[in-house]
Design a protein around this ligand. Structure first.
Ligand code: GLN
Ligand code: ZN
Length: 759
């Protein structure tokens, strides 16, 4: 029985790829040195797969920056602004495309989230007149490299339909208009690979989303062309991140591919329809090991599931696999020496997941892996019985949540009157929470970690920092101040560290984009809040000023989305526990005299399931959790929220249902395109559409922001409009921050004066 993974993490167990990339970008490593580092990682990762007992190793899953960008390069889709460079130039050109070319003033390509993961890909740009065609032979070379090292390779590539669905057309180019050229390039590529490897995996995760009409129309043509280009190798059509919907399933089954890979972790509900329709000649790759989570597989359960499938379709038509590429999990649990052994025993990273697949394959072939089964059983039992996973008090509180806890006492219109005591001017100015995280702040944090400064020293340093940002904000004339978040390394980890039910890995890095990695906290048990988390910082900040100080918390949905979440409890339930913990903090802040409290839900949009049919349910519990976290306060206390996703026009009704008194949202980058949504949907509460882009060091002139505010006023009444940047300022430097905010306050004053003149 074939055992394989759709992909392995690229970054390396010690983030070797990050080190090599950054050395290259600083000019300290040659292109040849970087190539060698990449090659070493690929060889090492193939070895891991083979040693784990996989029958195929994934080749082509590696990338120096991003695999979608590599696909664009392979097809010759290089935007004109980079085109003086040779498309065959490999990673150096990819870096210019991904990071921009500052020396020549060329802007980077856009980056966005890869489906519902926290991995970001570079959005391919298709322009009229761009000549597309197979421009790189790197994949076939890599397959040969794997063969030379005695591996049985499976080539992995991004499929043409997903590529075109993710690409954007510029200058009027419709991406789908380039289908034929793209297919010719794929056919040329497949021609090179044919016969070199038994399987060629073609990734089409777009099949698990609600397909556009163009994608649906393109699919049969695409797969007729692709299948026509191979004679010896079999195409394995890979889908993941959800179940195939009715349309996706129909297309996949009729694709003519020799194999179909499905995600049976996130898409288990699709299995019956799939088994009913699977054509006789098609092999099924069953993704039973979770490629997105860090938990061990219940091997006994998985064997049962696989045996059922084998009985149905015959064992020779079954492959066993992880649900998706292991790109989304850390490399090796062996590196976690400091982790609490109980929780560590429940976990599996990429290397361990490969071993699970090896064991599953053996078990299905009737080989003796009793030891592995027993170890898996023991992990399952240990977890089930652990007091960590079940806190009766938390369970009771969750069960007792009632309707009244999900609602403020009065509707927004009345609350806004009750909040009049805050005595804010029209168009109040504020920021999103963080101020620049300077080198000095990071240094002090490091010194504390290393024991070089005492906790008291560190606290004194932070207090000084808070006093400084309060003074600066007063001088700038901002209306609602913040404490600046200097004490936070990260908006999720900071809270996780103060909550029960969390653990932290030492080395659990996952690629976010390019060389950037994140280390998500692990929610392994029932969550509760042993004590106040932010109250002392915020009340200290409030004590320094007469102006209102905004308390700053991360919301339950965002904590959930940016953590590795336990899989033995529904996500909605974990989120409810988080919501109760945040609710306690909100109430403590209020009791301490903090009467404006912002609960950030930066990840609210990205938590949405890919399939339309599942979104309603997600939005229902996500909104409910936000309301649970925020509704425990008096109507005269003002609740803010912040979201930084630019396209949430489609969920504006859900955002309204969150019923925050004030929301701030990202919008300046898209030239306030977002405001369009407010034309279509009458948002009832107050809103601060970000009027300057904090993602760039550029200082927006006052007149520009005046223009944006006037545009916003055409759609949002002055009584409900706030003035703020579009996100936190932690990545900015101080000089541009102060200048930008000065212009922003001046813009608000100018528009306020216009309003008074009119009124
Ligand atoms: N309050 C956070 C900050 O200002 C919000 C960050 C975010 O939205 N990603 O940094
Ligand atoms: Zn933001």
């Amino acid at each position: 029985m074939e055992r394989h993974i759709p992909g392995f993490p690229r970054i390396g167990v010690r983030r070797e790829l990050k080190a090599a990339l950054e050395a290259r970008w600083r000019g300290e490593l040659s292109p040849e040195g970087l190539a060698a580092a990449g090659r070493e990682l690929r060889l090492r990762h193939w070895d891991i797969q083979r040693r784990a007992g996989l029958s195929l190793v994934a080749v082509g899953d590696f990338s120096f920056y991003d695999h979608v960008l590599d696909t664009a390069l392979m097809l010759g889709a290089v935007p004109r602004r980079f085109a003086d460079a040779d498309p065959g130039a490999g990673p150096e050109l990819a870096f210019r495309m991904a990071r921009g070319d500052a020396a020549r003033g060329v802007a980077a390509m856009e980056m966005t989230k890869w489906f519902d993961t926290n991995y970001h890909y570079i959005v391919p740009e298709l322009e009229p007149g761009q000549r597309l065609g197979l421009a790189s032979r790197a994949l076939a070379d890599d397959v040969r490299l794997a063969l030379e090292h005695g591996h049985r390779p499976k080539a992995v590539l991004l499929g043409p339909v997903t590529f075109l669905a993710l690409a954007k057309g510029v200058d009027g180019q419709d991406p789908w208009g380039r289908l034929d050229e793209v297919l010719d390039a794929y056919a040329a590529l497949l021609g090179e690979l044919d016969g070199l490897c038994p399987w060629i995996q073609v990734d089409e995760p777009v099949l698990c989303t609600d397909l556009s009409a163009q994608a649906r129309a393109a699919f049969p043509r695409a797969y007729a062309a692709l299948n026509g280009a191979v004679a010896d190798s079999g195409l394995l059509l890979a889908t993941y991140f959800g179940a195939l919907g009715a349309r996706g399933l129909e297309l996949a089954l009729a694709s003519g591919c020799r194999g179909l890979h499905v995600d049976l972790v996130r898409g288990a509900q699709g299995l019956p329809a799939l088994l009913d329709g699977l054509p006789g000649g098609m092999t099924l790759s069953a993704g039973v090991v979770d490629g997105r989570g860090i938990w061990r597989t219940d091997l006994r359960r998985a064997v049962g599931l696989l045996e059922d499938m084998a009985r149905r379709i015959g064992p020779d038509r079954l492959m066993v696999a992880s649900s998706c590429s292991l790109l989304h999990v850390p490399v090796d649990l062996e590196a976690e020496t400091a982790l609490d052994p109980e929780v560590r025993g429940w976990m599996a990273f990429a290397t361990q997941k490969c071993a699970e697949l090896g064991a599953l394959g053996d078990l299905l072939e009737g080989r003796d892996r009793a030891g592995d089964l027993a170890a898996s059983d023991q992990a399952v039992a240990s977890r089930r019985q652990s007091p960590l996973t079940r806190d009766p008090q938390v369970r009771r509180r969750c069960a007792e949540v009632d309707e009244a806890m999900l609602r403020r006492a009065r509707p927004y219109a009345e609350r806004s009157v009750a909040q009049g005591w805050l005595d804010l001017p029209a168009l109040p100015t504020t920021t999103i929470g963080s101020f620049p995280q300077t080198a000095e702040i990071r240094r002090q944090r490091r010194l504390l970690r290393e024991g070089a400064v005492t906790g008291a020293d560190y606290e004194a340093f932070l207090k000084e920092e808070i006093a400084r940002v309060v003074r600066i904000q007063e001088e700038l004339g901002l209306d609602v101040l913040v404490h600046g978040e200097a004490e936070r390394n990260d908006m999720v980890e900071y809270f996780g560290q103060q909550l029960a039910g969390f653990r932290f890995t030492g080395n659990g890095w996952v690629q976010s984009y390019g060389s950037r990695c994140v280390k998500p906290p692990v929610i392994c048990g029932d969550v509760s809040r042993p004590g106040p988390m932010t109250v002392s910082w915020i009340t200290y900040a409030q004590s320094l000023t007469e102006r209102p100080m905004k308390g700053m918390l991360t919301g339950p949905v965002t904590i959930l989305c940016w953590s590795f979440v336990r899989d033995d409890l529904p996500r909605a339930e974990v989120c409810r526990q988080l919501a109760l913990a945040v609710r306690d903090e909100v109430r403590d802040l209020e009791a301490a005299g903090v009467r404006i409290i912002q609960i950030d839900e930066a990840a609210f949009r990205e938590g949405m399931p890919l399939a339309e049919a599942e979104r309603g349910e997600y939005l229902r519990w996500a909104v409910e959790c936000f309301r649970l976290a925020t509704s425990g306060v008096d109507d005269a206390t003002q609740i803010h929220s912040h979201m930084c996703y630019s396209s949430f026009n489609d969920i504006l009704p859900a955002i309204a249902a969150m019923d925050a008194d004030v929301i701030s949202i990202e919008s300046s980058r898209s030239g306030m395109e977002l405001l369009q949504a407010f034309r279509e949907f009458d948002y009832p509460n107050a809103v601060g559409p970000g009027i300057y882009d904090i993602h760039s060091p550029r200082v927006p002139p006052r007149e520009e922001m005046v223009g944006l505010l006037r545009a916003a006023l055409a759609l949002i009444p002055a009584s409900r409009l706030w003035v703020n940047p579009d996100c936190g300022l932690k990545t900015r430097a101080w000089p541009e921050t102060v200048e930008s905010l000065r212009n922003m306050v001046a813009a608000a004053q100018e528009v306020r004066a216009e309003l008074e003149g009119r009124g």
